[in-house]
Design a protein around this ligand. Structure first.
Ligand code: SF4
Length: 336
């Protein structure tokens, strides 16, 4: 692989074979790819990086994803829902600390009322914060209410573009419905984000290439990759973690192929390899999310077991170390 090979693809586009070559690159080529990914990030975002705060406000789920500790019927997970005041106070704390984007995340559930969430969004948005939702499937009336209340972005990860693997990992759900929901969100005015879970059993490089193609086709504004880590009490509790080095190649491939998306340095990287999130920034990421779920509840949001919780000082140090400057997502458009 050479610089001119990459430049040509950046100009004319990457074929599926080219994307495969990015994902299968050796260390020498990956150094070149990362350098180029950082160059592309600079072209679209300058030296800016973005900090979000996330609160995981409810963990009861109606789904049974094989990889998730919050799956229906996992006896190990204690259920909780946070009250509106505690959520809004947490958002206020984030704002006082200079974080202007608040990310409301919950397991897929109807245990909280749509109107209740509308009120929470309105209060947080009323403080001048940008609100992102990641709450799974909901009807269009709820989506409209939440959008009107101030939620402008919605993340719904497709997890895998392999329809068979998707059906096996998320019993009762189909990839087609998930893609349809992403399009519905776009139609209802949201900026959308999707993402891949890398390291699922039976996942191939071809299906990871398919993930990149799918995110491009959807025209997502936010794209992500998390590396699979096992959660206890699940059917995949003994399955080995995904490969973080392949994950870093996926980050760089997203930057080169999707170019102007917001790409988070997800916490699984930090858990799996030293300086994992810094290395994501070195591969082209530009977002880091601080976990503001109350410490008493964090261990009950069991996407995987023994999570790494990103603190504000770690987030700021990582951004500074990558030579970037903290900025607000709402002002990101200036260079585009
Ligand atoms: S991954 Fe999400 S939808 Fe699936 S069981 Fe876990 S919380 Fe529920």
């Amino acid at each position: 692989m050479t610089r001119s090979w990459l430049d040509e693809r950046l100009e004319k586009g990457f074929s599926p074979e080219d994307l495969r070559a990015l994902l299968e690159s050796d260390e020498r080529d990956f150094a070149l790819i990362s350098e180029k990914a950082v160059e592309v990030r600079r072209r679209y975002f300058g030296d800016r990086a973005y900090i979000r705060a996330v609160i995981e406000f409810a963990n009861r789920c109606r789904c049974s994803c094989l990889y998730c500790g919050m799956r229906l019927g996992n006896q190990g997970a204690a259920g909780y829902e946070l009250g509106a005041d505690e959520i809004v106070e947490t958002a206020a704390t984030a704002l006082r600390n200079g974080i202007r984007t608040f990310f409301l995340q919950a397991a897929e559930s109807e245990t909280y009322e749509s109107g209740w969430l509308t009120d929470v969004i309105r209060r947080i948005s009323g403080m001048g914060m940008e609100v992102i939702l990641c709450v799974g499937f909901h009807n269009t009336r709820d989506l409209d209410d939440w959008h009107s209340a101030g939620a402008g972005k919605f993340i719904l990860k497709h997890e895998t573009s392999d329809a068979g693997l998707f059906a096996g990992m998320k019993p009762g759900f189909s990839l087609t419905d998930r893609i349809g929901m992403l399009r519905v969100l776009q139609k209802h005015g949201y900026s959308v984000g999707s993402g891949t879970l890398l390291g699922l059993p039976g996942q191939s490089i071809s299906s990871l290439v398919g993930d990149l193609l799918l995110m491009k086709e959807l025209g997502v504004q936010m794209s992500s990759v998390s590396v699979f880590m096992p959660a206890s009490g699940t059917p995949l509790a003994d399955h080995p973690s995904g490969d973080p080095e392949l994950g870093l190649r996926f980050v760089a491939a997203m930057r080169l192929y999707l170019k102007n998306t917001l790409i988070p340095a997800t916490s699984t990287f930090e858990k799996l390899i030293p300086d994992g999130q810094y290395r994501c920034f070195e591969a082209g990421a530009n977002v880091i999310t601080v976990n503001m779920t109350p410490p008493r509840l964090r261990d009950d949001y069991t996407l995987y077991t023994n999570r790494f919780f990103v603190g504000l000082s770690h987030a700021r140090e990582t951004i500074a170390r990558a030579g970037l400057t903290e900025a607000s997502e709402e002002n990101r458009g200036a260079l585009r």
